[in-house]
Design a protein around this ligand. Structure first.
Ligand code: SAM
Length: 227
């Protein structure tokens, strides 16, 4: 369960009505049952449910976050972005940047963004992560190239003879990977990314759908760090 700083008073957490509903009705916990509480910023605790609050029993030292923070810049696909956020969160993404690229057709409403952030929070809770991934407000690709900082920068290019992502030695502390939408990146966008130190990489010989490519890339990046 993700808790905010304002809910925590020493070792007591005052539960909001929707959190009580989730714990008692959805998870079917009873008073005295234990669960994991986290602040979404890297801290988590073993907590015990009490009638109208939760008691933090002890901090959890287990680290479930990836050692190298992965940011994914995703050119927004026309449909299916909802279904991408959950698996990316389960796989350990640190930050998702929705990109309005030359071929993007979707301009998401604030409601959509709220929904994506809610999905990320639920998925982080379910997969027992310490951190909830940040879902940033959408940026144009040019702005993102200038403002998103990462030690290592990669762009997935569906065509051409780029090295496979698996062959890249990841560089701590952070990697950013840019992935196109259904129509892919324009040549001008790839050139701009290369000028901003993005290295083109391949995800294999087959063309993956815009909603499959980020999940494949994230699985490879997580596997490379944890194997
Ligand atoms: N017709 C588009 C093109 O030629 O670029 C296909 C775009 S693909 C559906 C969507 C995005 O997924 C691509 O822009 C790329 O970032 C990524 N992608 C898909 N398959 C890939 C592959 N085999 N290697 C690298 N990137 C890939």
């Amino acid at each position: 369960l993700v808790i905010s700083a304002s809910q925590k008073q020493a070792s007591i957490v005052i539960l909001k009505p929707e959190q009580q509903h989730y714990l008692y009705r959805v998870l079917r916990l009873k008073s005295g049952d234990r669960f994991i509480a986290m602040d979404g910023q890297g801290n988590s605790w073993l907590a015990e449910l009490q009638p109208d609050h939760a008691a933090l029993i002890e901090p959890i030292i287990f680290q479930s976050e990836l050692p190298i923070a992965v940011t994914l810049m995703l050119a927004l696909p026309k449909t299916g972005f909802d279904d991408v956020i959950r698996p990316l969160t389960e796989l350990g993404v640190a930050c998702v940047v929705p990109i309005i690229s030359d071929r993007t057709l979707l301009n998401p409403s604030p409601n959509k963004l709220e929904r994506w952030r809610r999905i990320a929070q639920e998925a982080a809770e379910q997969s027992e992560r310490q951190c909830v991934p940040a879902i940033l407000d959408p940026l144009s690709f040019s702005t993102a190239l200038q403002t998103i900082d990462a030690k290592q920068r990669l762009i997935c290019a569906a065509r051409g003879a780029s090295p496979h992502l698996l062959t890249c030695r990841l560089v701590a502390p952070s990697v950013c990977v840019a992935i196109g939408c259904e129509g892919g990146w324009t040549d001008a966008e790839i050139d701009r990314a290369i000028a901003s130190q993005y290295q083109p990489v391949s995800l294999g010989r087959r063309i993956l759908r815009a909603v499959t490519a980020p999940i494949a890339a994230m699985a490879l990046l997580a596997g490379a760090q944890e194997s």
